[in-house]
Design a protein around this ligand. Structure first.
Ligand code: AMP
Length: 113
């Protein structure tokens, strides 16, 4: 999709620190990490948010969640990590290409801010 930051990262038009890549998803380090481990997992195809992804491509949704688990394990936080999908500007979504935040490596408080 034109003018989509994460489509540009998937297409390797914009550099990113990629930690996992397969036919369906790409995972790369967040440019402004909120924890020692902060990786974004995105589908290669453009969908605005996780609900739209789940409706349009349930198999890719499962692949994305499996990739999140794999990233957490590879980063050494597989026993304690958080997967976050901010959905909508009011919930803090700033990039409207669905992405799972995989966050770990520090104490994660609940409820989140
Ligand atoms: P959200 O606010 O949930 O939409 O998350 C968007 C995330 O993308 C934020 O955590 C940003 O720090 C991150 N981000 C923005 N630009 C880049 C980039 N070029 N490379 C990696 N992460 C980015």
């Amino acid at each position: 999709m034109a003018d989509c930051l994460f489509c540009s990262i998937v297409a390797e038009e914009i550099p990113a620190d990629i930690v996992l890549s397969n036919d369906d998803v790409v995972a790369f380090r967040d440019i402004a990490p909120q924890a020692p481990v902060h990786v974004l997992v995105v589908p290669r195809d453009h969908h605005a948010n996780v609900g739209e992804l789940a409706s349009a491509a349930p198999a890719t949704t499962a692949t994305l969640l499996q990739a999140a688990q794999e990233v957490a394990a590879d980063e050494g936080v597989g026993d304690a990590y958080r997967v976050v999908f901010n959905t909508g500007a009011g919930a803090g979504q700033t990039v409207f290409h669905v992405h799972a935040h995989v966050i770990g490596g520090r104490n994660l408080e609940w409820p989140p801010g």
